[in-house]
Design a protein around this ligand. Structure first.
Ligand code: TYM
Length: 336
């Protein structure tokens, strides 16, 4: 019983093309939430500069992510859609949270270890404290629910720890809500089409590892055709997928797009060859993604309108953030 109004916050990095994992793991789940709750959906362009990037392309990449949100069904009249860098309070709260979070907590973050590999010493400090900025994103609005894919769960847990430690250290019980991750559906972790044990990701060097939201029908068909599978036909029961990661991934994608369970998909295709299933899967995915890609093209043809919508979103976000930050400044003891 926190007494906080439910508020949904989520975001996506404008780095490279959005893919099927971003869509099924996150955006699609945002749509139902906006019918019921106050939702903020952010393009996290401050997170995007924690790794090497091209400043000439960032603004356009941010517009592309915004276009992908709207084309997928995020309604900017219902939800607040905005760019993180346009609300400066994110950076301000992140600094305060840098003084709350412990080095030991950040040392446990698996995504930093995965991204840095053996080069941790050469990574930016921003990449290291990236989850702290993410906590600031959520808590600046007193966010209570965070719909994300499975890979972000640990970061949302860090945001919970930060909220609790802030409330305790400053003696302000319940000042920040303790946000819950929402990780829903059959597609919380979409895997690479080349390796069923690796996550589908923007940074995989192989284009064949992922389906981008803007891929055309031929590209989608070719990528599924080349997708790795084992030589066996589709199994009878869902249980048998446990040992077959590539098969499991393709069946999960089909199940997610048809809103069915994996067993229902197997009931339709069991005993069949993967070549047949892959054809049906490609047709299904094309039928779902091509209207989104077309709508994205239409929206991106008018960048001035997207920029206008983005500024309006930032104004709406600021209307929530500024009063929260004013309270935070008082709580931490700054002269106000
Ligand atoms: P990002 O940009 O890496 O991913 C955006 C969303 O897509 C989900 N996702 C996946 N889901 C299923 N299968 C996959 N293969 C897959 N790949 C990505 C992610 O889980 C995520 O939900 N740090 C975040 C962005 C962020 C954020 C926030 C999210 C910044 N501040 C505050 C929520 C709340 C990130 O880099 O996501």
């Amino acid at each position: 019983m926190s007494g906080h109004e439910p508020l949904v916050f989520s975001g996506m990095q404008p780095t490279g093309n959005l893919h099927l994992g971003n869509y099924l793991g996150a955006i699609r789940n945002w749509l139902k939430l906006q019918e019921q709750y106050r939702c903020l959906y952010c393009m996290v362009d401050m997170h995007a500069i924690t790794v090497d990037y091209d400043p000439k392309q960032l603004a356009q990449a941010t517009r592309e992510v915004m276009a992908a949100y709207i084309a997928s069904g995020v309604d900017p009249k219902r939800s607040i859609v905005f760019a993180q860098s346009q609300v400066r309070e994110h950076a301000e709260l992140a600094w305060i949270f840098n003084c709350i979070a412990r080095v030991g907590w950040l040392n446990r973050m698996t995504q930093f270890k995965d991204k840095a590999g053996k080069n941790a010493e050469k990574m930016s400090v921003g990449l290291y404290t990236y989850p702290v900025l993410m906590a600031a994103d959520i808590l600046l609005y007193r966010g209570t629910h965070v719909p994300v894919g499975d890979d972000q769960k640990q970061h949302v847990e860090l945001a919970r720890d930060i909220a609790q430690k802030f409330n305790n250290d400053y003696g302000v019980p319940n000042f920040f809500p303790v946000p819950d991750p929402i990780i829903q559906g059959t597609a919380t972790r979409i895997m690479s089409l080349r390796d069923g044990k690796a996550k589908m990701s923007k940074s995989d060097p192989s284009e064949y590892s992922r389906i981008n939201l803007t891929d055309d029908a031929d590209t989608i068909a070719t990528k599924f055709k080349k997708a790795k599978t084992d030589p066996l036909p589709l199994p009878e029961s869902e249980k048998e997928l446990d040992e077959r990661p590539e098969a499991n991934n393709l069946v999960s994608i089909y199940a997610a797009f048809t809103d069915k369970g994996k067993q229902a998909v197997l009931d339709e295709f069991k005993g069949g060859q993967f070549s047949t299933f892959k054809g049906a899967l490609a047709d299904l995915v094309v039928s779902k993604l091509s209207p989104i890609a077309a709508e994205m093209r239409r929206l991106l043809a008018d960048p001035a309108e997207l920029d206008r919508l983005m500024l309006r979103g930032a104004d709406q976000a600021r209307a929530i953030a500024v009063p929260v930050m004013a309270e935070v400044r008082r709580v931490v003891g700054w002269v106000t």
